[in-house]
Design a protein around this ligand. Structure first.
Ligand code: 2AM
Length: 491
C-alpha cells in the first residue's frame, strides 16, 4: 500500500467543515474528508472540492489509513453525543500520540473530560474554538486551540497558516490546557453579546434620544469606525442601517425587536456567577435579550406605565455624539476587563496557564469581535503577562479617565430621557465600585449578622476589646435572644 499522504483529516461536511477543508487545502495542506452520510464525501469531491488536492474517505478505517503519523483528525460535527460517538469509533483505529481535534461548538466541561479520557488512553485531544462563521472558515477564522499541550507542536503550522492573519501575525495560538480552547471561545461569545448590546444602546440613544435618522447614525458609526471603536461590529451595523427595503425604508425598522440567543452568552454569565466574578456587562447583555423576548408583555406595559416627559435636547449635539463614542469605548474597556478577570479566575481555579496576549491576538481577526482595540489589549498583556486588570494598564487607564466625563453625561441624559442603557450603566457602576476602596458591604455584613448571626470581621484600625482582628464576631444587636453565631447555628 502506498505511504499515506494526508496531513490532516476532517470529519463533518456541513458548510463549516467544507470551508475549513478548502481553506487548509489553499494553504498547501493535504486534507482527507469524511462524513457520517458518506454520499456527501463524493458530492463534495465532485463539486466544491473539484480540482483541489482534497482526498475522500468512505470509512473511518480509510480515513485513518490515509493520514501521516501522528494522525490529526478534526471533528466538525454537531456538539454533544456526535462528538463522543466519533471519538469512540476512532479510538480503536488510532495509535499512541495521534490527535483528535474537536472544532465544534462544544461546552468546555466536555472538552476537559475528553482530554482526560483520551490522554489516559495514550491519545491526544484538542478542543478548539473556531470563530468567524462560514466566511471565516473559508478565508481565515480565529482558531483557539486548547487541550493536550503535547499536541500543539504537531498542529501548530496547519492551524496558524489556516487562521486569519493580522499585521502578519496569525489569529491562532496555544490557549491552554484541557478545556481552555472551548472555554475561551465561550467567553469570546459572551463578549460578543456585550459588544452588540453596547452598539444597540448607542443606536437607541441616537435615534430616540437625539432623533437622528438611520442614515445619519450610519455616518456616525462609519466615523467611529476610523477611531478607537474600529471594529467589524461597528462596520456591519453602519451597513445594516444604510440598507433599505424596496420601498426605501431602512430595513431595520421592519425587524421585530425580539432577540434570539443560542446560549453561549448565557453560559458565560452562568460561569461568572459560579466563579463569583462580577462580569456584569455580559450578564446585562443576556438579560437585555431576555427583556426583548417578552415583547407581548412589554406592549401591555407600554400602555399603562409612563416614562418621563420627553424634553427636547438643548445641549451641543456634536459634543453629545462625541460623548457617546467615549461612553461606548469606556464601556467596552470595562466589558473586556471583566471578561479577562473571569478567564483569570477560571485559570486559577482549573490550573490552566492561559496565554492572555495570545487570546487577545486570536480575537484581533477572523472573528465577530475583531477590532483594533484588541491590538491594544494584546500589547497590554505582552507588556505584562500577569496584568491583574486591564484598568491597571497605562493605555487603558488613561483611555478610561479621558472617557469618563462623557460617559457619565451620556448615561445621565439617557436616564432623564427614560432610555434604558443596561450595558452602559452597569459598566459605569462596575467602574465606580471597582475604584472604591470602601463599598457598603459593611451594611450587608451587619444585616447578615443581625438576622442570621452570620458574623463579621472588624475593619483594620477599628479593633478594640470586643472587636478583635482576625476573629469572626457576632454581636447581640437587639439585646434580646441568645449569642449563638452561624458557626453553630445556620438560619
Ligand atoms: P451528516 O451529514 O451525516 O448529517 C453538521 O450537522 C455535521 O454533523 C454533519 O456532518 C452531520 O453529518 C454531523 N452530525 C450531526 N449529528 C451527527 C451524529 N449524531 N452522528 C454523526 N454525525 C453527526
Amino acid at each position: 500500500m502506498a505511504a499515506p499522504t494526508g496531513d490532516i483529516g476532517l470529519i463533518g461536511l456541513a458548510v463549516m467543515g467544507q470551508n475549513l477543508i478548502l481553506n487548509m487545502n489553499d494553504k498547501g495542506f493535504n486534507v482527507v474528508a469524511f462524513n457520517r452520510t458518506v454520499e456527501k464525501v463524493d458530492r463534495f469531491l465532485a463539486n466544491e472540492a473539484k480540482g483541489t488536492n482534497v482526498q475522500g474517505a468512505h470509512s473511518l478505517e480509510e480515513l485513518v489509513s490515509k493520514l501521516k503519523k501522528p494522525r490529526k483528525i478534526v471533528l466538525l460535527v454537531q456538539a454533544g453525543p456526535a462528538v463522543d460517538a466519533f471519538i469512540s469509533k476512532l479510538e480503536p483505529l488510532l495509535e499512541q500520540g495521534d490527535i483528535i481535534i474537536d472544532g465544534g461548538n462544544s461546552h468546555y466541561p466536555d472538552s476537559i473530560r475528553r482530554t482526560k479520557e483520551l490522554e489516559a488512553k495514550g491519545l491526544l485531544f484538542i478542543g478548539s474554538g473556531v470563530s468567524g462563521g462560514e466566511e471565516g472558515a473559508r478565508h481565515g477564522p480565529s482558531l483557539m486551540p486548547g487541550g493536550s499541550p503535547a499536541a500543539w507542536p504537531a498542529i501548530k503550522e496547519i492551524f496558524q497558516k489556516t487562521a486569519a492573519q493580522v499585521d502578519g501575525e496569525p489569529c491562532c495560538d496555544w490557549v491552554g490546557e484541557t478545556g481552555a480552547g472551548h472555554y475561551v471561545k465561550m467567553v469570546h461569545n459572551g463578549i460578543e453579546y456585550g459588544d452588540m448590546q453596547l452598539i444597540a444602546e448607542a443606536y437607541d440613544i441616537l435615534k430616540r434620544g437625539l432623533g437622528v435618522s438611520e442614515d445619519e447614525i450610519a455616518d456616525i458609526f462609519n466615523k467611529w469606525n476610523k477611531g478607537v471603536l474600529d471594529s467589524f461590529l461597528i462596520e456591519i451595523t453602519a451597513n445594516i442601517l444604510k440598507f433599505k427595503d424596496d420601498d426605501g425604508e431602512p430595513l431595520v425598522n421592519k425587524i421585530l425587536d425580539k432577540a434570539g440567543q443560542k446560549g453561549t452568552g448565557k453560559w458565560t454569565a452562568i460561569n461568572a456567577l459560579d466563579a463569583g466574578m462580577p462580569v456584569t456587562l455580559i450578564g446585562e447583555a443576556v438579560f437585555a435579550r431576555c427583556l426583548s423576548a417578552i415583547k407581548d408583555e412589554r406592549i401591555r406595559a407600554s400602555k399603562v406605565i409612563a416614562g418621563p416627559q420627553k424634553e427636547p435636547f438643548r445641549g451641543d449635539k456634536q459634543q453629545f455624539i462625541d460623548d457617546l463614542e467615549q461612553a461606548l469605548y469606556a464601556s467596552k474597556i470595562i466589558s473586556y476587563t471583566q471578561g479577562f478577570m473571569l478567564m483569570r479566575e477560571t485559570a486559577r481555579d482549573l490550573k490552566w496557564n492561559l496565554n492572555y496576549a495570545g487570546i487577545a491576538q486570536m480575537w484581533r481577526g477572523g472573528c465577530i469581535i475583531k477590532s483594533v482595540f484588541l491590538g491594544d489589549i494584546t500589547s497590554a498583556y505582552h507588556k505584562k503577562p500577569e496584568l491583574e486588570s486591564l484598568l491597571f494598564d497605562d493605555f487603558f487607564n488613561k483611555a478610561v479617565h479621558k472617557a469618563q466625563p462623557g460617559w457619565r453625561r451620556v448615561i445621565a441624559q439617557a436616564v432623564l430621557w427614560g432610555i434604558p442603557t443596561p450595558a452602559f450603566s452597569t459598566a459605569l457602576a462596575f467602574f465606580d465600585g471597582y475604584r472604591s476602596e470602601v463599598v457598603p458591604a459593611n451594611i450587608l455584613q451587619a444585616q447578615r449578622d443581625y438576622f442570621g448571626a452570620h458574623t463579621f470581621r472588624v475593619l483594620p484600625g477599628k479593633e478594640n476589646e470586643k472587636l478583635k482582628t482576625g476573629e469572626d464576631i457576632h454581636i447581640n444587636w437587639t439585646g434580646r435572644g441568645g449569642n449563638v453565631s452561624a458557626s453553630t447555628y445556620v438560619a
